[in-house]
Write a protein that binds this ligand. Structure first.
Ligand SMILES: Nc1nc2c(ncn2[C@@H]2O[C@H](COP(=O)(O)OP(=O)(O)OP(=O)(O)O)[C@@H](O)[C@H]2O)c(=O)[nH]1
Ligand SMILES: [Mg+2]
Length: 376
């Protein structure tokens, strides 16, 4: 009997060919991807995610942290109203208010009215806001008077020094912050100028980011004459800690020094706006670093700011990929402004490019230093 040749076989040959060539192509692409993608963002994120075992949609334990005086009630109301209308009315992250004094009933009542988010109020103890035993207060007073001649802001202020020491070494240890993983620091009388339509804390967590900023600056040298020498001493005296930091080329080392550590270039992130992971500061490494700086007395005998202290520590301790510049967040503190450069982002902002310095980052050189440090 005549058997009809299987037309299926003939038709399936090109299909099979197509199938095998597509499979081969996919294998080649995966091989290329996994062998050539730089270890970095992907690895860090995967390691982080596996270690933390979270789903990208899981809620984040995060809060706003506000150190503030009762007398700054109007200023902080203004900042919070803007934070609510541009971001937090969609997410309701709680606010933690801290003060070296008791908050007044008026302060609590007035701030509680702002938005639906929960509010918590705490007082600092003497360990967090006071002179440690090892500080000679007469020497500190003399040093403050000497600094007045240099004309730097807050040269003779005692409370400013307590504030900088608190922000450097203690805020993250306040019991009201226990249980939070991320924070966003805000201050009175600042402006949040752009609509933020994504969850900033999920962005941080899901992308393995640990430290984020909007503005960079150089520091008044007169406030930190011996800071860098103290950092160098710490590095010399604690090789066992330095060993646990990423290698210099994977860290942001070049953001803080232009000559491989001989000097500090004074670049820092402006910490009045700061979004970061609390475990960075709670780590043993940071606590030992902070204690070492603290023991040297520079917070009181000089006027070390929390901005250079945080920035130097983060630049040494974190990998480049763990930093983030929130270029899309319009922000003003005093006369210093960051307004997004990108035209489509700018549509969601109430700032513009008309003013003389619409982005202070373009005036100061530290954002360029940041970019260079990230790339090299
Ligand atoms: N409770 C309390 N808060 C303070 C004190 N000094 C400063 N702060 C807060 O600490 C933060 C930083 O203080 P600022 O005086 O704004 O310091 P700064 O941002 O370096 O300086 P400015 O350019 O004047 O804003 C703000 O949120 C202040 O409200 C203080 O003595 N007590
Ligand atoms: Mg301020």
């Amino acid at each position: 009997m005549f058997t009809k040749p299987s037309c299926n076989t003939r038709r399936s040959t090109p299909i099979l060919l197509l199938f095998f060539s597509t499979a081969l192509l996919l294998i080649l692409i995966s091989f290329y991807y996994f062998t050539t993608i730089p270890s970095g963002i992907a690895d860090v994120w995967n390691e982080y995610r596996t270690a933390k075992n979270f789903d990208p949609d899981d809620p984040v334990n995060a809060c706003f942290v506000i150190l503030v005086r009762n007398s700054e009630l109007e200023g902080i109301k203004s900042s919070i109203k803007q934070m609510e209308s541009t971001f937090n009315n969609k997410y309701n992250y709680p606010y933690v208010f801290l003060n070296d004094d008791d908050f007044t009933e008026e302060f609590i009542e007035e701030t509680k009215k702002l938005g639906k988010a929960e509010k918590f109020y705490g007082k600092l103890d003497e360990q967090m806001w006071g002179y440690p035993d090892f500080i000679n207060q007469s020497v500190a007073a003399e040093q403050r008077q000497k600094m007045v001649e240099t004309n730097v802001p807050y040269a003779d202020s005692e409370s400013y020094r307590h504030m900088c020491r608190f922000q450097s070494g203690f805020f993250f240890r306040h019991p009201l912050l226990d249980g939070y993983e991320y924070y966003w620091r805000i201050e009175p009388e600042v402006d949040f100028l752009c609509e933020i339509d994504y969850d900033v804390f999920k962005f941080m967590r899901n992308n393995g980011k640990k430290y984020a900023f909007t503005l960079t600056f150089t520091e008044f040298v007169a406030t930190i004459p011996t800071l860098w020498d103290t950092v160098k001493d710490f590095r010399r005296d604690h090789p066992e800690i330095i060993k646990r930091f990423p290698p210099k080329e994977k860290s942001l080392w070049k953001f803080i020094t232009d000559d491989d550590g001989k000097t500090y270039n004074t670049c820092h992130f402006w910490t009045n706006f700061e979004i970061a992971a609390l475990d960075l500061w709670r780590s043993n490494e940071y606590l030992q670093f902070f204690n070492y700086l603290d023991q040297s007395g520079g917070f009181f005998y000089e006027r070390w700011g929390d901005a250079p202290v945080h920035s130097i520590a983060a630049a040494m301790m974190l990998r480049k990929e763990e930093f983030h510049f929130f270029h899309d967040m319009g922000y003003r503190h005093t006369s210093v402004l960051h307004c997004p450069a990108d035209e489509s982002t700018l549509k969601k902002c109430s700032c513009n490019h008309d003013s003389f310095v619409w982005d202070y980052n373009s005036k100061g050189s530290c954002l360029r230093t940041f970019d260079r440090a990230i790339l090299n």
